[in-house]
Write a protein that binds this ligand. Sequence first.
Ligand code: AMP
Length: 216
Amino acid sequence: MRLVFLGPPGAGKGTQATRLANELGIPHISTGEILRAAIARSTPTGIEAKAYVDGGELVPFAIVLRLVEDRLQEDDARDGWLLDGFPRNLEQAHALEPLIEKLGQNLDHVVFFEVADDEVVRRLSGRRVCKTCSETFHLEFSPPPDPQDCAPRQCEIFQRSDDSEDSIRNRLEVYSRETDPLVGHYQESGLLVTVSGSGPIDEVESALREALGHRR
Ligand code: AMP
């Protein structure tokens, strides 16, 4: 199966993508994760992308497209993939189409996780991530066992640099200007599946399974 996950920052795309990709045995391809790893390793791409990611701006098209193009051609992506965070605007959506066509593939569904703005702000400002395993916690809803580590793995918990108040505000603006138009775009092409992302994680997961189950 080939899927795109769409929705505002903090909608739970990453959490749901990890679960579903594991279940389906397909790679979870998060452009945000790839960029954060490149930044952490100070690769040329990471150095170029850092200021955009920290400020909540979109990283230039050519950089992200190259990352996705390379990743989709890796062996583990031959029989399916789940794209999380790409495409992020119409330009990227239009570039994805010929890319997957060239690979002889089809996009099966675009899942849109619908969450209200105030809920998104609440989630992002309390979000904490483990540096080692990328597991996501929330200070209020799913706190890590200890504020400093997620024992027993002794991981290090940190707040993403783009989860600051200013950056959250900017990311929401960028989302509504750039990414939200994709909902209409994929609705028109008949690929859109809408799932409410506002409940607890397990509830959203059930709604997602049900929505996709009807279409498999
Ligand atoms: P995410 O982890 O999806 O919230 O992405 C974190 C940040 O990475 C975004 O705010 C952007 O700066 C950058 N980013 C991720 N995916 C894309 C993309 N498809 N196009 C441009 N920038 C992206």
